[in-house]
Design a protein around this ligand. Structure first.
Ligand SMILES: Cc1ncc(COP(=O)(O)O)c(C=O)c1O
Length: 380
Protein backbone atom coordinates (compact mmCIF):
# COMPACT_ATOMS: atom_id res chain seq x y z
CA UNK A 1 0.00 0.00 0.00
CA UNK A 2 2.69 2.49 1.00
CA UNK A 3 4.73 1.54 -2.04
CA UNK A 4 1.79 2.04 -4.38
CA UNK A 5 0.96 5.35 -2.74
CA UNK A 6 4.38 6.95 -2.70
CA UNK A 7 6.30 5.11 -5.41
CA UNK A 8 6.25 6.08 -9.08
CA UNK A 9 4.54 2.92 -10.27
CA UNK A 10 7.45 2.13 -12.59
CA UNK A 11 7.22 -1.61 -11.95
CA UNK A 12 4.13 -3.71 -12.54
CA UNK A 13 3.48 -5.11 -9.05
CA UNK A 14 3.67 -8.88 -8.64
CA UNK A 15 1.23 -8.56 -5.74
CA UNK A 16 3.38 -10.06 -2.97
CA UNK A 17 5.84 -8.55 -0.51
CA UNK A 18 9.10 -10.40 -0.05
CA UNK A 19 10.57 -10.22 3.42
CA UNK A 20 13.22 -12.93 3.68
CA UNK A 21 15.51 -15.04 1.51
CA UNK A 22 17.87 -18.00 1.95
CA UNK A 23 19.67 -19.74 -0.90
CA UNK A 24 17.38 -20.21 -3.90
CA UNK A 25 14.22 -19.43 -1.88
CA UNK A 26 12.38 -16.30 -0.73
CA UNK A 27 9.42 -15.89 1.63
CA UNK A 28 6.57 -13.41 1.42
CA UNK A 29 4.93 -11.46 4.26
CA UNK A 30 2.38 -14.27 4.72
CA UNK A 31 5.15 -16.81 5.23
CA UNK A 32 4.75 -18.45 1.80
CA UNK A 33 7.91 -19.86 0.26
CA UNK A 34 8.90 -19.41 -3.41
CA UNK A 35 11.67 -20.93 -5.50
CA UNK A 36 13.25 -17.74 -6.84
CA UNK A 37 14.18 -18.19 -10.49
CA UNK A 38 14.48 -14.41 -10.82
CA UNK A 39 17.36 -13.99 -8.31
CA UNK A 40 16.19 -10.35 -8.01
CA UNK A 41 16.85 -9.71 -11.75
CA UNK A 42 19.85 -12.04 -11.85
CA UNK A 43 21.60 -10.47 -8.90
CA UNK A 44 21.57 -13.01 -6.06
CA UNK A 45 24.13 -15.20 -7.77
CA UNK A 46 25.23 -17.11 -4.68
CA UNK A 47 21.62 -17.33 -3.54
CA UNK A 48 19.95 -15.02 -1.06
CA UNK A 49 21.91 -14.11 2.05
CA UNK A 50 24.84 -16.43 1.39
CA UNK A 51 26.66 -16.77 4.74
CA UNK A 52 30.02 -15.69 3.25
CA UNK A 53 28.47 -12.49 1.85
CA UNK A 54 26.53 -11.77 5.06
CA UNK A 55 29.71 -12.25 7.07
CA UNK A 56 31.80 -10.05 4.76
CA UNK A 57 29.23 -7.22 4.77
CA UNK A 58 28.66 -7.44 8.54
CA UNK A 59 32.35 -7.38 9.35
CA UNK A 60 33.06 -4.56 6.93
CA UNK A 61 30.05 -2.55 8.20
CA UNK A 62 31.59 -2.59 11.64
CA UNK A 63 35.00 -1.58 10.27
CA UNK A 64 34.63 1.06 7.52
CA UNK A 65 31.50 1.74 5.45
CA UNK A 66 32.53 4.72 3.33
CA UNK A 67 35.83 5.55 1.66
CA UNK A 68 36.13 7.78 -1.41
CA UNK A 69 38.30 7.11 -4.43
CA UNK A 70 40.78 9.74 -3.25
CA UNK A 71 41.97 7.36 -0.55
CA UNK A 72 43.24 3.86 -0.80
CA UNK A 73 41.23 1.09 0.81
CA UNK A 74 42.26 -2.44 1.69
CA UNK A 75 39.03 -4.04 0.39
CA UNK A 76 39.20 -2.20 -2.93
CA UNK A 77 42.87 -3.06 -3.39
CA UNK A 78 42.22 -6.73 -2.70
CA UNK A 79 39.21 -6.80 -5.01
CA UNK A 80 41.35 -5.47 -7.89
CA UNK A 81 43.75 -8.35 -7.27
CA UNK A 82 40.92 -10.90 -6.96
CA UNK A 83 39.34 -9.76 -10.23
CA UNK A 84 42.66 -10.08 -12.05
CA UNK A 85 42.51 -13.81 -11.33
CA UNK A 86 39.13 -14.23 -13.06
CA UNK A 87 38.84 -11.55 -15.77
CA UNK A 88 39.24 -12.61 -19.42
CA UNK A 89 42.71 -12.33 -20.88
CA UNK A 90 43.94 -8.85 -21.74
CA UNK A 91 41.84 -6.85 -19.27
CA UNK A 92 44.26 -5.17 -16.90
CA UNK A 93 42.54 -2.17 -15.27
CA UNK A 94 39.17 -1.76 -13.56
CA UNK A 95 36.79 1.10 -12.73
CA UNK A 96 34.22 0.47 -9.98
CA UNK A 97 30.74 2.01 -10.05
CA UNK A 98 27.29 1.10 -8.75
CA UNK A 99 25.13 -0.45 -11.47
CA UNK A 100 25.05 -1.92 -14.94
CA UNK A 101 23.87 1.28 -16.60
CA UNK A 102 26.68 3.22 -14.96
CA UNK A 103 29.20 0.64 -16.12
CA UNK A 104 28.00 0.97 -19.72
CA UNK A 105 27.85 4.75 -19.45
CA UNK A 106 31.50 4.76 -18.38
CA UNK A 107 32.45 2.28 -21.11
CA UNK A 108 30.96 4.53 -23.81
CA UNK A 109 32.83 7.53 -22.40
CA UNK A 110 36.13 5.63 -22.28
CA UNK A 111 35.66 4.47 -25.87
CA UNK A 112 34.98 8.02 -27.03
CA UNK A 113 38.03 9.36 -25.19
CA UNK A 114 40.20 6.67 -26.73
CA UNK A 115 39.04 6.86 -30.33
CA UNK A 116 37.80 10.45 -30.61
CA UNK A 117 34.82 9.02 -32.54
CA UNK A 118 31.24 9.23 -31.32
CA UNK A 119 29.68 6.57 -33.54
CA UNK A 120 28.48 3.42 -31.80
CA UNK A 121 27.12 0.19 -33.23
CA UNK A 122 24.63 -1.61 -31.00
CA UNK A 123 22.32 -4.56 -31.61
CA UNK A 124 18.61 -4.77 -32.15
CA UNK A 125 16.98 -6.27 -29.05
CA UNK A 126 20.05 -5.23 -27.03
CA UNK A 127 19.58 -3.90 -23.50
CA UNK A 128 22.22 -1.83 -21.73
CA UNK A 129 20.41 0.27 -19.10
CA UNK A 130 18.34 3.40 -18.63
CA UNK A 131 20.76 6.33 -18.26
CA UNK A 132 21.26 8.53 -21.31
CA UNK A 133 24.20 6.77 -22.97
CA UNK A 134 23.19 3.25 -21.93
CA UNK A 135 19.61 4.01 -23.01
CA UNK A 136 20.80 5.17 -26.42
CA UNK A 137 22.57 1.82 -26.81
CA UNK A 138 19.36 0.03 -25.76
CA UNK A 139 17.28 -0.87 -28.78
CA UNK A 140 13.70 -1.27 -27.59
CA UNK A 141 11.95 1.80 -29.04
CA UNK A 142 9.40 2.04 -26.22
CA UNK A 143 12.21 2.55 -23.68
CA UNK A 144 14.16 4.96 -25.87
CA UNK A 145 11.86 7.06 -28.02
CA UNK A 146 10.05 9.06 -25.28
CA UNK A 147 13.44 10.46 -24.24
CA UNK A 148 14.84 11.43 -27.61
CA UNK A 149 16.95 13.22 -28.65
CA UNK A 150 19.50 10.99 -26.94
CA UNK A 151 23.16 10.61 -28.00
CA UNK A 152 23.94 11.03 -31.71
CA UNK A 153 25.69 8.48 -33.91
CA UNK A 154 24.13 5.17 -32.84
CA UNK A 155 23.31 2.40 -35.35
CA UNK A 156 21.36 -0.76 -34.48
CA UNK A 157 22.11 -3.88 -36.47
CA UNK A 158 20.30 -7.23 -36.33
CA UNK A 159 22.04 -9.40 -33.69
CA UNK A 160 24.14 -12.23 -35.14
CA UNK A 161 24.16 -10.60 -38.61
CA UNK A 162 27.82 -10.48 -39.70
CA UNK A 163 27.17 -8.68 -42.98
CA UNK A 164 25.21 -5.91 -41.26
CA UNK A 165 28.00 -5.54 -38.72
CA UNK A 166 30.59 -5.27 -41.47
CA UNK A 167 28.57 -2.58 -43.22
CA UNK A 168 27.91 -0.62 -40.02
CA UNK A 169 31.50 -0.31 -38.72
CA UNK A 170 32.62 2.72 -40.71
CA UNK A 171 35.57 4.95 -39.81
CA UNK A 172 33.22 7.07 -37.69
CA UNK A 173 32.50 4.21 -35.32
CA UNK A 174 34.38 4.30 -32.00
CA UNK A 175 32.67 1.37 -30.29
CA UNK A 176 30.59 -1.73 -30.82
CA UNK A 177 28.56 -2.67 -27.76
CA UNK A 178 27.06 -6.15 -27.51
CA UNK A 179 25.73 -8.64 -24.99
CA UNK A 180 27.25 -12.12 -25.35
CA UNK A 181 23.81 -13.55 -24.62
CA UNK A 182 20.99 -11.05 -25.00
CA UNK A 183 18.91 -11.09 -21.83
CA UNK A 184 16.02 -8.59 -21.81
CA UNK A 185 15.73 -8.92 -25.58
CA UNK A 186 14.45 -12.49 -25.32
CA UNK A 187 17.41 -14.64 -24.08
CA UNK A 188 19.29 -15.02 -27.36
CA UNK A 189 22.87 -16.33 -27.42
CA UNK A 190 25.31 -14.63 -29.76
CA UNK A 191 26.89 -16.95 -32.30
CA UNK A 192 30.61 -17.60 -32.07
CA UNK A 193 31.07 -16.46 -35.68
CA UNK A 194 29.28 -13.13 -35.09
CA UNK A 195 31.17 -12.32 -31.90
CA UNK A 196 34.53 -13.22 -33.48
CA UNK A 197 33.72 -11.08 -36.47
CA UNK A 198 32.90 -8.18 -34.13
CA UNK A 199 36.31 -8.53 -32.47
CA UNK A 200 38.13 -8.78 -35.80
CA UNK A 201 36.35 -5.82 -37.42
CA UNK A 202 36.85 -3.61 -34.36
CA UNK A 203 40.58 -4.32 -34.39
CA UNK A 204 40.91 -3.75 -38.11
CA UNK A 205 38.93 -0.51 -38.14
CA UNK A 206 40.07 1.19 -34.95
CA UNK A 207 36.88 0.72 -32.91
CA UNK A 208 36.67 -0.76 -29.43
CA UNK A 209 34.63 -3.85 -28.62
CA UNK A 210 32.53 -3.39 -25.48
CA UNK A 211 31.00 -6.59 -24.15
CA UNK A 212 28.15 -6.03 -21.74
CA UNK A 213 28.33 -8.95 -19.31
CA UNK A 214 26.15 -7.23 -16.73
CA UNK A 215 23.70 -10.14 -16.85
CA UNK A 216 25.85 -12.96 -18.25
CA UNK A 217 28.92 -12.46 -16.04
CA UNK A 218 30.03 -14.03 -12.78
CA UNK A 219 29.28 -17.63 -13.61
CA UNK A 220 25.72 -17.30 -14.89
CA UNK A 221 26.34 -18.95 -18.25
CA UNK A 222 28.59 -21.75 -17.00
CA UNK A 223 31.95 -19.99 -17.36
CA UNK A 224 33.14 -17.08 -15.25
CA UNK A 225 32.35 -14.74 -18.15
CA UNK A 226 30.26 -15.73 -21.13
CA UNK A 227 32.88 -14.47 -23.61
CA UNK A 228 35.32 -17.16 -22.42
CA UNK A 229 33.14 -19.88 -23.93
CA UNK A 230 33.27 -18.20 -27.35
CA UNK A 231 36.96 -17.33 -27.06
CA UNK A 232 36.88 -13.58 -27.63
CA UNK A 233 38.80 -10.85 -25.85
CA UNK A 234 36.89 -7.58 -25.53
CA UNK A 235 38.59 -4.21 -25.17
CA UNK A 236 36.08 -3.26 -22.49
CA UNK A 237 33.96 -5.57 -20.34
CA UNK A 238 31.10 -4.25 -18.23
CA UNK A 239 29.82 -6.02 -15.12
CA UNK A 240 27.21 -5.56 -12.38
CA UNK A 241 24.28 -7.73 -11.16
CA UNK A 242 25.94 -10.89 -9.76
CA UNK A 243 29.28 -9.25 -8.97
CA UNK A 244 28.49 -8.74 -5.28
CA UNK A 245 25.60 -11.22 -4.81
CA UNK A 246 23.02 -8.51 -4.33
CA UNK A 247 25.02 -5.63 -2.94
CA UNK A 248 24.79 -2.82 -5.54
CA UNK A 249 27.95 -2.64 -7.62
CA UNK A 250 29.11 -2.24 -11.20
CA UNK A 251 32.54 -2.44 -12.78
CA UNK A 252 34.28 -1.79 -16.09
CA UNK A 253 37.43 -3.70 -17.05
CA UNK A 254 39.73 -2.22 -19.70
CA UNK A 255 42.31 -3.70 -22.04
CA UNK A 256 45.44 -2.20 -23.51
CA UNK A 257 43.69 -0.60 -26.50
CA UNK A 258 41.81 1.75 -24.17
CA UNK A 259 43.56 5.07 -23.49
CA UNK A 260 45.06 5.88 -20.10
CA UNK A 261 42.70 8.16 -18.19
CA UNK A 262 43.65 11.17 -16.13
CA UNK A 263 42.15 12.54 -12.88
CA UNK A 264 38.67 14.00 -13.30
CA UNK A 265 37.86 12.42 -16.66
CA UNK A 266 35.31 10.21 -14.93
CA UNK A 267 34.27 9.49 -11.35
CA UNK A 268 31.63 8.41 -8.85
CA UNK A 269 31.01 9.11 -5.16
CA UNK A 270 30.04 5.61 -4.08
CA UNK A 271 31.89 3.42 -6.61
CA UNK A 272 34.42 1.04 -5.11
CA UNK A 273 33.18 1.60 -1.56
CA UNK A 274 34.38 -0.84 1.11
CA UNK A 275 31.03 -2.60 1.66
CA UNK A 276 30.50 -3.34 -2.03
CA UNK A 277 34.11 -4.45 -2.42
CA UNK A 278 33.87 -6.75 0.61
CA UNK A 279 30.66 -8.32 -0.80
CA UNK A 280 32.27 -8.75 -4.23
CA UNK A 281 35.41 -10.31 -2.72
CA UNK A 282 33.27 -12.87 -0.87
CA UNK A 283 31.35 -13.56 -4.09
CA UNK A 284 34.46 -14.13 -6.18
CA UNK A 285 36.00 -16.29 -3.46
CA UNK A 286 32.94 -18.56 -3.17
CA UNK A 287 32.53 -18.77 -6.96
CA UNK A 288 36.12 -19.95 -7.25
CA UNK A 289 36.27 -22.22 -4.20
CA UNK A 290 33.06 -24.07 -5.03
CA UNK A 291 33.53 -23.86 -8.80
CA UNK A 292 29.93 -22.77 -9.20
CA UNK A 293 30.30 -21.91 -12.90
CA UNK A 294 31.10 -25.59 -13.59
CA UNK A 295 28.05 -26.61 -11.55
CA UNK A 296 25.93 -24.21 -13.63
CA UNK A 297 27.32 -25.74 -16.81
CA UNK A 298 26.47 -29.26 -15.61
CA UNK A 299 23.07 -28.73 -14.02
CA UNK A 300 21.81 -26.28 -16.65
CA UNK A 301 22.24 -29.09 -19.20
CA UNK A 302 19.80 -31.14 -17.15
CA UNK A 303 17.47 -28.14 -16.77
CA UNK A 304 17.39 -27.52 -20.54
CA UNK A 305 16.83 -31.22 -21.21
CA UNK A 306 13.85 -31.35 -18.85
CA UNK A 307 12.35 -28.10 -20.11
CA UNK A 308 12.66 -29.22 -23.72
CA UNK A 309 10.87 -32.45 -22.81
CA UNK A 310 7.75 -30.63 -21.58
CA UNK A 311 4.99 -31.67 -23.98
CA UNK A 312 3.21 -28.39 -24.69
CA UNK A 313 1.95 -26.80 -27.87
CA UNK A 314 2.39 -23.47 -26.07
CA UNK A 315 6.20 -23.74 -26.16
CA UNK A 316 7.86 -22.53 -29.36
CA UNK A 317 11.48 -22.81 -28.22
CA UNK A 318 13.62 -23.25 -25.11
CA UNK A 319 16.94 -21.44 -25.52
CA UNK A 320 19.79 -19.72 -23.71
CA UNK A 321 23.04 -20.64 -22.03
CA UNK A 322 23.68 -21.83 -18.46
CA UNK A 323 21.23 -20.12 -16.11
CA UNK A 324 20.03 -17.59 -18.67
CA UNK A 325 17.04 -19.57 -19.82
CA UNK A 326 14.26 -18.39 -22.13
CA UNK A 327 11.07 -20.31 -22.85
CA UNK A 328 9.45 -18.68 -25.86
CA UNK A 329 5.72 -19.26 -25.95
CA UNK A 330 3.30 -19.01 -28.83
CA UNK A 331 1.27 -16.55 -26.73
CA UNK A 332 1.86 -13.88 -24.05
CA UNK A 333 3.86 -15.12 -21.07
CA UNK A 334 2.27 -12.94 -18.35
CA UNK A 335 -0.59 -15.32 -17.36
CA UNK A 336 1.87 -18.22 -17.06
CA UNK A 337 4.28 -16.16 -14.97
CA UNK A 338 1.39 -15.37 -12.61
CA UNK A 339 0.32 -19.04 -12.55
CA UNK A 340 3.88 -20.12 -11.67
CA UNK A 341 3.94 -17.63 -8.80
CA UNK A 342 0.63 -19.03 -7.52
CA UNK A 343 2.34 -22.42 -7.34
CA UNK A 344 5.46 -21.12 -5.58
CA UNK A 345 7.83 -20.43 -8.49
CA UNK A 346 9.05 -16.94 -9.36
CA UNK A 347 10.10 -16.36 -12.98
CA UNK A 348 10.54 -13.29 -15.20
CA UNK A 349 9.54 -12.27 -18.68
CA UNK A 350 11.79 -11.12 -21.52
CA UNK A 351 9.55 -9.28 -23.94
CA UNK A 352 5.93 -10.33 -24.35
CA UNK A 353 6.19 -14.03 -25.20
CA UNK A 354 9.25 -15.25 -23.34
CA UNK A 355 9.38 -16.70 -19.82
CA UNK A 356 12.87 -15.98 -18.51
CA UNK A 357 14.65 -17.86 -15.74
CA UNK A 358 17.66 -16.30 -14.02
CA UNK A 359 17.99 -18.55 -10.98
CA UNK A 360 20.68 -18.28 -8.32
CA UNK A 361 23.70 -20.35 -9.32
CA UNK A 362 23.32 -22.55 -6.24
CA UNK A 363 20.21 -24.26 -7.62
CA UNK A 364 20.16 -27.99 -6.79
CA UNK A 365 18.84 -30.88 -8.84
CA UNK A 366 15.79 -30.99 -6.54
CA UNK A 367 15.14 -27.31 -7.26
CA UNK A 368 15.31 -28.02 -10.98
CA UNK A 369 12.86 -30.89 -10.55
CA UNK A 370 10.46 -28.60 -8.67
CA UNK A 371 10.73 -25.77 -11.22
CA UNK A 372 10.20 -28.14 -14.14
CA UNK A 373 7.22 -29.77 -12.45
CA UNK A 374 5.50 -26.40 -11.92
CA UNK A 375 6.25 -25.20 -15.44
CA UNK A 376 4.99 -28.48 -16.88
CA UNK A 377 1.78 -28.17 -14.87
CA UNK A 378 1.03 -24.63 -16.03
CA UNK A 379 2.09 -25.04 -19.67
CA UNK A 380 0.30 -28.35 -20.17
C1 LIG B 1 22.81 -6.71 -20.22
C2 LIG B 1 22.41 -5.61 -19.28
N1 LIG B 1 23.11 -4.46 -19.29
C3 LIG B 1 22.80 -3.45 -18.48
C4 LIG B 1 21.75 -3.54 -17.59
C5 LIG B 1 21.42 -2.39 -16.69
O1 LIG B 1 21.83 -2.68 -15.39
P1 LIG B 1 21.26 -1.82 -14.16
O2 LIG B 1 19.82 -2.13 -14.06
O3 LIG B 1 22.07 -2.30 -12.99
O4 LIG B 1 21.53 -0.40 -14.46
C6 LIG B 1 20.99 -4.72 -17.54
C7 LIG B 1 19.86 -4.83 -16.62
O5 LIG B 1 18.98 -5.64 -16.76
C8 LIG B 1 21.34 -5.78 -18.41
O6 LIG B 1 20.65 -6.93 -18.42
Amino acid sequence: MLEARYGLGLYVSRGITLVRGAGAYVWDSDGRRYLDCTAAYGVASLGHCHPAVVEAISQQAATLIACSGSFGNDQRAQLYADLMTVLPYGLTRVFFCNSGAEANEAALKFARLTTGRHGVVAAQRGFHGRTAGALTATWEPKYREPFEPLLPGFTYIPYNDEAALDAAITDEIGAVILEVVQGEGGVRPGTTAFLHRAQQLCRERGALLILDEVQSGFGRTGTFFACEAVGIEPDILTMAKGIASGFPMGAVALGERVAKLSPGQHGTTFGGGPLACAAARATVRVLKETNLPAQVERLSGLFFERLRAIPSHRIREVRGRGYMIGIELTEPAAPYIAAAQERGLLVLNAGVNVIRLLPPLVLTEEDITLATMILKEILR
